[in-house]
Design a protein around this ligand. Sequence first.
Ligand SMILES: [Zn+2]
Length: 248
Amino acid sequence: MRLTVLGCAGSFPGPESPCSAYLIEADGFRLLVDFGPGSLSNLQRYAGLHAPDAILLSHLHCDHILDALNYVVVRRYAPDGPYPPLPVYAPSGAPDRLTTAYGQEDSTLEDVYQFYGLQPGTFPIGPFTVTVDRMNHPVETYGVRLEHQGRVLCYSADTAPCEALLRLAQDADVFLCEASYLDGVDNPPDLHLTGREAGEFATKAGVGRLLLTHLVAAWGSEAHTVESAAAAYAGPLEVVRPGAGYDV
Ligand SMILES: [Zn+2]
C-alpha cells in the first residue's frame, strides 16, 4: 500500500495545509479517505484530478467532506464527461447532507456518487480489506483499518480515547492518528486526542510507526505535540505534511 497525504490540517485549513484527505493506493486502485476543504488542489498536484476509484468519508464534519461538493462539478461537468458515479462509503446521512450542502434542491447527487452507508464491520473496497468501527466523537464517526497483502494501515479519523480505536490499530504497520489537542490543558471531553494519548494508543496497539495528523496549527504547538507523543511511544513517529508519501 502507498499512502499519500493530500491534507492534514485539523478542524480548519491551516497556513501550510488543506484539511484531511489521504489517498491510499494498492494494485493500481486508489481510495480517497476524507475529502476536506482545499484537498482537491493537492489531489491534482500529487495524484490527478480523476485519481480516486472510490471515496470513504469517516464522518460528516465540514473539515472532512467539503471538497466532495466541489468534486461534483469535476465529475458532472467535465468536457469529456460526465463521469460515471463514484462509490462513496460514508455515514448514513451523507446523501442528504451533501445534497443539501450542494444546494440544488431539485436534484440529487446520484449521477455523481453512488453512496454506501457505513456500519461497523469488515468489507472489501477494491483490493483492500476494510474494517470500520465507531469512534468517540460527537457525530457518527468511523475509524478505518485497511489491510492489503498482510500489511495494515489504521486511520483514527477524529476521536477521543476509546476501546474501538485500540482494536482497529492492533499491530498496524502504520498508524495515522489524530493529535488535535495539546496536553496539559483543559480539553473538552469525547472529541479528540492529545499527542500523548496518540502515543499511548500506538504503544498499546503495538504499531510499527506513528504518523500524527489533524494538528490545529493556529491553536497548538507541533513541537509540544511531538514531544508528548514521543514520551508515550518509543517507535518512529512524525507529523505528516501535504505531499508526503509512505509505503505501508
Ligand atoms: Zn470531526
